[in-house]
Design a protein around this ligand. Sequence first.
Ligand SMILES: [Zn+2]
Length: 286
Amino acid sequence: MRVIDRTLAAPAFDALDRRSAPLCEDADILLVHPAQHLKTIRAASPAQGYRALDPDTHMSPGTLNAAFRAVGANVAAVDAVLSGKATNAFCAVRPPGHHAEKTRAMGFCIFGNIAIAAKHALERYGLKRVAIVDFDVHHGNGTQDLVWDDGRILFVSTHQMPLYPGSGSADERGAHDNVVNIPLKPGTGGSGFRTAFTERALPALTAHEPELLLISAGFDAHQTDPLANLNLTEDDFAWVTGQVCDIADAFASSRVVSTLEGGYDLDALAASVAAHVRVLMERGNG
Ligand SMILES: [Zn+2]
């Protein structure tokens, strides 16, 4: 969060409308998780020290609050965009969300931030179709789990395979053909990524005609990221952001809400977020 804040403090981002993330309501989390999950997470929250939820996922005394604000940011961003106060929004949040399943925190994720944003738009604003584009290098198994049965939500994920968490093969397609998994081989690189996205993601997004575009913006597919080997660059992240904005222009009155997922080389993370946000600013209508 510190490197992102530093990067977005540059004069190029002076025009950004910065808002602090509010705490979410329990009801927001209950849009996608059973009450038992919220209860389990609350009970696990340590008064001091750390509590392990799984081998990767730990809670400190501040985690619960941060997780509620991560959800709250996503809900507030959808509110801002669907009420016309903003064209698009980027949520710089930790913890991320796309690995959190209905009843399981995992992979640094506690609650399904972007899936909650999707359900919030559908249930509370009456939208009929939304799409989530997840270009984090890892498969968004949690988002897939949370939206599997909901044909109103198209979930499109590009990810390296094989890699954690192991799911995300192309034959996992959702209960309503609403999941499009695009696994990519290690070493794919920007050109292969763009080809796959153009050939498989764009037709699915176009066919779905989403009224709101949501992005799980993980930047760990960057070539210097220590966790994976897809070898993308800032230019590739800017490109894919532009592609999503094009779909939003065509079907969604340009409305895009993006939320931070992974990114573990801090210099690459900062530069990639800057590239992503720059495109969102250029494409936003003021
Ligand atoms: Zn990731």
